[in-house]
Ligand binder design. Structure first.
Ligand code: GLV
Ligand code: GLV
Length: 329
């Protein structure tokens, strides 16, 4: 009998097509987020779980999946998320039960770097204000001293986290004539020379960058990293862009920094919560551009993510190495 896989959302078909031959596929075949009860019901008795970053995969989900023999889960054999981020999965529980976890790095790197650049260019050149001016009739005439922004030419860009995505962003930045790329993180990157980036302390980065980009993954150690203290160290002309996770930011502090002119602007593809409520004060600001977590939203990247998730699952049942397995410490 074929093993069973549960897919928690409608996803690009490529992954499903790969799974269909080998698995009995059940799916929350809708575009809305799966309700918790449906998730708990859906995982019952399955051999593999194909999930998303919007699904909280905790002990209760693992318990619901099937009978547990002490610490080993004989039923659920793998959890594979169609995302590069994995903070929604309780890795400690997975490790205890020997459940390998797959994710989808690399295939979304260029798409996410591209969106980071979009936010950077849009905020640095004040596109939200400019569009509002056109639509609202406050565009008077071509004006030599109106709507001036800070371009990338000659700028110092600070990248918090020079991982796969941070590095790809740095490569995109070079042709814009940035004068300096600095980065901070847990450790020095072996790729820094490729983009001429300098490893600096977080404080140094905050104080010296014209643009500050959140490109690191969210961990227990960096929740709320961008708080009032961090914003107070930035230049008043600084632009903050975040395409990693909303949890990195204390949003009240960001609002205050933007409102009071402590920093010049922000571009966010990620927020807390998601979706951001329409009455969020951030949305009242002309110098804050918010996007609905679309970093990897290209046809190519999403299709590749769906495929890689399926290939991660397939590998487990073919007793092969997963193409992208999370290394659980
Ligand atoms: C997107 O945010 C992802 O983690 O893939
Ligand atoms: C701008 O449009 C210029 O001609 O300077």
């Amino acid at each position: 009998t074929r093993p069973k896989v549960f897919v928690t959302r409608r996803v690009p078909v490529r992954g499903i097509d790969l799974l269909k031959d080998k698995f009995v596929v059940s799916q929350w075949d809708r575009e809305d987020r799966i309700p918790r009860e449906e998730l708990l019901r859906g995982v019952k008795g399955v051999d593999a779980l194909f999930c998303l970053l919007t699904d909280k995969i905790d002990k209760d989900v693992l318990d619901a999946a099937g009978p547990q023999l002490k610490t080993i889960c004989p039923q659920l054999k793998t959890i594979c998320t169609m995302s590069v981020g994995y903070e929604h999965i309780d890795l400690t529980e997975c490790k205890k039960r020997n459940i390998p976890v797959g994710f989808t790095p690399d295939v979304l790197t260029n798409a996410t770097a591209e969106l980071t650049m979009s936010l950077l260019l849009a905020t640095s050149r004040r596109l939200k204000e400019a569009m509002t001016a056109v639509e609202g009739g406050s565009w008077g005439t071509w004006n030599p001293i109106w709507m001036l922004g800070h371009g990338l030419d000659g700028a110092t860009v600070g990248i918090v986290g020079l991982g796969r995505i941070g590095l790809a962003v740095a490569k995109c930045l070079l042709p814009f004539g940035v004068s300096r790329i600095v980065y901070s993180g847990n450790s020095q990157s072996e790729n820094e020379q490729e983009v001429n980036a300098e490893f600096v302390s977080f404080d140094y980065l905050l104080e010296n960058s014209d643009f500050i980009l959140g490109c690191c993954s969210l961990t227990a150690n960096n929740i709320g990293l961008f708080n009032a203290e961090a914003f107070s160290k930035m230049k008043t002309s600084a632009i903050f862009v975040n395409t990693s996770r909303g949890g990195l930011v204390n949003q009240d502090d960001l609002y205050n920094a933007l409102k009071s002119g402590k920093i010049a602007g922000a571009g966010l593809d990620v927020t807390t919560p998601e979706p951001l409520p329409t009455d969020s004060p951030l949305l009242t600001l002309n110098n804050c551009l918010v996007l609905p977590h679309i970093g990897s939203a290209t046809e190519k990247a999403r299709s590749a993510m769906s495929e890689l998730t399926a290939r991660n699952i397939l590998a487990v049942f073919e007793n092969k190495e997963m193409p992208s397995r999370l290394n659980i410490q």
